[in-house]
Design a protein around this ligand. Sequence first.
Ligand code: NAD
Length: 267
Amino acid sequence: MSLPDLTEASLADLVSLEGRTAVITGGAAGIGAAIARRFDEAGAHVTIADLDLAAAEKTASELSRAAAVHLDASNSRQNIEVAEGVVEEHGRLDIWVNNAGIYPFVDLVDMTPEQWHTVISLNLDGVFFGSRAAMRPMVAAGRGVIINLASTAAYGAEGGGIAHYTASKHGVRGFTKALAFELGPSGVRAVALAPTLVETPGTLADRDAISAGMGVENAHDAFAEQIPARRIGYPDDVARVAYFLASDLAAFVSGDTILVDGGLRSR
Ligand code: NAD
């Protein structure tokens, strides 16, 4: 099987997600919620799968046709149940975004094996579990896209306190290549996104502690000065690229990790 030639398709058809289904792990807030909004706007049936069911329900209620389900993305069985639920309801699974991730700060010299494993089991094992759940119906249908949230931390160490996170995101980048390599012949694409610092509930919660540690008034403003675009990201900066990658515009893009960083790593 080979990917279809879309040369004759209209732009309107290429950008539409009408009739497609999408699952977004950790989609209740931050980057995941922004991705859910764009996919919904493009016509997809979005399932927001989040540890915080109440928040997922609230985010889904603000969209046109989204559903909310509970998911601990670090649990293999639960990922499979979410995928099976979508196939049961809609008869297809087209897009799966492994977005759920955590970034608790702890210096490496103080890091316990439990702290290490908590991050790896969601940020890396969870990406494998989600991909595994999604790829079965996708391979059977001969189409689908898996999008993984990596980070600019998938390219280098970006500061202290996130060694486990940095290792997990390097792993996501490598795993995405393997996914694309193995699933490509079945018509399934896999890509990853590498945002720089983005203003989300998660990073806002950390900002004051980091500011205090750095001895600056606002760590986000201080970080923005390193970015050629002179600002940090908004969730929708990432969501628009996720949308492009999910759409047929990107039908021949697979295996790579796409930087969404205002030029940070061009330095
Ligand atoms: P966030 O903390 O703002 O929101 C995360 C969402 O995931 C929440 O709704 C939370 O309830 C949910 N969640 C947490 N643990 C979960 C679990 N075990 N199972 C399912 N859902 C769970 O996060 P964010 O900042 O939007 O980050 C989203 C992704 O983007 C993460 O993978 C993160 O590593 C990546 N990323 C974020 C940034 C950034 O600066 N915000 C930069 C690069 C990469």
